[in-house]
Design a protein around this ligand. Structure first.
Ligand code: FMN
Length: 191
């Protein structure tokens, strides 16, 4: 049986953006919670059109942030700053083409890109989109920019896409994403 002891007490930030594959990522959030990690989900307004925040709240048993404008408790720092102190990893899945552009440009006007701006730890980005979007020069330029800045990109898989095409663009296999996150957490434990 796989040893998941290094997941206990870990905190993962999970950014969900507006793509059809958002529903798949609820399964990852559930797996990671079952292994003992605290999974703190941030969703863009577009992501909330694909999957209800309640789904992520139910599988993680944690509140989900969909809004940057929230009341602050006395002495509290804004969530996008404070969350950087406690988390081991920030993973954005699915990352829409739009969001890759926002991240590459340093936008900070939703809960996902704002958290990314204030984040200095390991960042894993899992793009998912139509194959023509994935091949677009702007998308590839944004991917290169994010890689050069140190983000790890888990490339999309090839296969049937929700739009009916067959090609590159579907969210990487969940086991591939899960395996990579497992490796990163294990390595951080040793360091
Ligand atoms: C039905 C539908 C499906 C979509 N699927 C995707 C997708 O899989 N990947 C993607 O990059 N954009 C997709 N889009 C476009 C994004 O939802 C859109 O660009 C949105 O503004 C992204 O917002 P966000 O990056 O703030 O989450 C889709 C749009 C619609 C209407």
């Amino acid at each position: 049986m796989t040893d998941h002891s290094h997941w206990h007490g870990r905190t993962l930030l999970l950014g969900v953006t507006g793509g059809v594959a958002a529903y798949k990522v609820a399964d990852l959030a559930s797996r990671w919670t079952q292994r003992g990690a605290k999974v703190r989900v941030r969703m863009t307004p577009s992501a909330c059109k694909f999957v209800q925040p309640l789904t992520f709240e139910a599988v993680t048993r944690q509140p989900v942030t969909t809004e940057i404008w929230q009341p602050l408790g006395t002495g509290d720092r804004p969530e996008h700053i404070g969350s950087g102190d406690e988390a081991d990893l920030f993973i954005i899945a699915p990352a829409s083409a739009d969001h890759l552009a926002r991240l590459a440009q340093g936008f900070g006007d939703d809960a996902v890109c704002l958290t990314a701006l204030a984040w200095e730890g390991p960042l894993v980005i899992c793009p998912a989109m139509n194959d023509r979007m994935w091949r677009h020069a702007a998308v590839q330029a944004n991917i290169n920019t994010l890689r050069e800045r140190g983000a790890e990109i888990i490339d999309p898989g090839v296969g049937h896409l929700a739009c009916g095409s067959v090609g590159p663009g579907r969210l990487a296999d969940l086991d591939v994403i899960d395996g990579r996150v497992d490796q990163i957490l294990g390595a951080r434990e040793l360091s």
